[in-house]
Design a protein around this ligand. Structure first.
Ligand code: AMP
Ligand code: MG
Length: 332
């Protein structure tokens, strides 16, 4: 009898303990979100965990300072503006970013060219989009390109070329945010910096790939993936029409004109933010065949969408990809 009573007291205690644990973990799994504008784009954070509120605040501070102090060409005092004007000593982080970008420049045979700043400035995306004179494009192109850079240890001279983080800065932000979250009590988080998204935590995430013809909330397919960085480069992101022709912001570094190869978007999934961002731009320029090879070299998954509404995906992601818009289908 006495033993039975003890067992039932123990089981009641166990039930109470479990209920308390459920309440406690519900309390722990606090979800907080924030939205703000930086790096010329909208940034949306959603985090779950004890430190979620603090993480939202710290992410804002981190992205703002990464942008204004290091990567922004609009701020003449940022590290990149100073280096673009006079060359000099790079900070450790800047050196790390530039070496990684140089690797992608070389492996993509110059398709990802992060020293094309004077050419993209001519197109005026962001403030005054227009078709520049061909002579201007030609002369800006002659002075541009990552092959103009002289780098020795932490010293850099740009020799007139203009380094631009337009195609990689958002991915760099994801890497820095991931490192920050790693030092905090965060169970999972989703952070989108324009077309680049950080999926953080030990669970499976489902992300939508945007409808090139729809608004920012309209998707043509979903991808299910564990934690990763997912970046999309799309010709629909920044474009204008002149004389009945459409001009977008992803440039062919050989011509200085927008890439015209039938692609409308390229999405790259990687565990590295800089790689996902830079490779989505590079593979957009390279096209399906060479882009697929480059993504494989970096161990990334990739999804191409073309203007015929055909979807081509790398083998590793095909099974986790669901086309939700019946106008689109897999390429044969
Ligand atoms: P994304 O949206 O990441 O593909 O980046 C596009 C932005 O990168 C443009 O707005 C330009 O500032 C810059 N850009 C354009 N073409 C290239 C290119 N071929 N390589 C590197 N950066 C580029
Ligand atoms: Mg990019």
């Amino acid at each position: 009898m006495g033993k039975k009573k003890t067992i039932s007291i123990v089981s009641v205690a166990a039930v109470i303990f479990c209920v308390m644990l459920i309440f406690y973990s519900a309390f722990l799994a606090k979800e907080t979100g924030v939205e703000f504008f930086a790096m010329d784009t909208y940034i949306k954070v959603s985090a779950v965990g004890t430190d979620s509120a603090a993480a939202c605040e710290k992410i804002q501070t981190l992205v703002n300072s990464l942008d204004t102090e290091m990567l922004s060409r609009q701020n003449e005092n940022s590290e990149i503006s100073v280096l673009n004007s006079n060359g000099g000593i790079m900070s450790e982080k800047m050196q790390e970013y530039i070496l990684a970008m140089l690797g992608i420049y070389e492996k993509s045979n110059g398709a990802f060219d992060f020293a094309l700043g004077s050419v993209s400035d001519l197109w005026g995306f962001g403030n005054n989009p227009h078709l520049p004179a061909n002579s201007k494009i030609k002369s800006a192109l002659e002075k541009s390109g990552a092959d103009k850079l002289s780098i020795s240890g932490n010293k850099i001279s740009t020799n007139g070329a203009v380094i631009d983080f337009g195609a990689s800065g958002k991915g760099i932000a994801l890497d820095e945010i991931k490192e920050l979250l790693g030092s905090m009590k965060i169970k999972n988080a989703v952070v989108s910096v324009g077309g680049s998204v950080l999926l953080y935590g030990k669970k499976n995430f489902t992300v939508g790939i945007r409808n090139p013809k729809g608004g920012s909330g309209s998707y043509i397919m979903t991808v299910s993936t564990p934690a990763a960085c997912v970046s999309t480069s799309g010709s629909y992101e920044q474009y204008f029409e002149e004389n009945g022709k459409n001009y977008h912001h992803i440039l062919n570094p050989e011509t200085g004109y927008p890439v015209d190869n039938g692609l409308v978007s390229v999405t790259v999934i990687s565990d590295n933010g800089l790689a996902s961002d830079a490779l989505s731009t590079a593979c957009f320029v390279l096209g399906i065949e060479d882009g697929m090879k480059l993504a494989e070299e970096y161990g990334c998954e990739i999804v191409f969408v073309d203007s015929r509404k055909k979807v081509t995906a790398s083998d590793g992601i095909k099974d986790s990809l669901k086309i939700t818009d019946s106008n689109y289908s897999f390429a044969e």
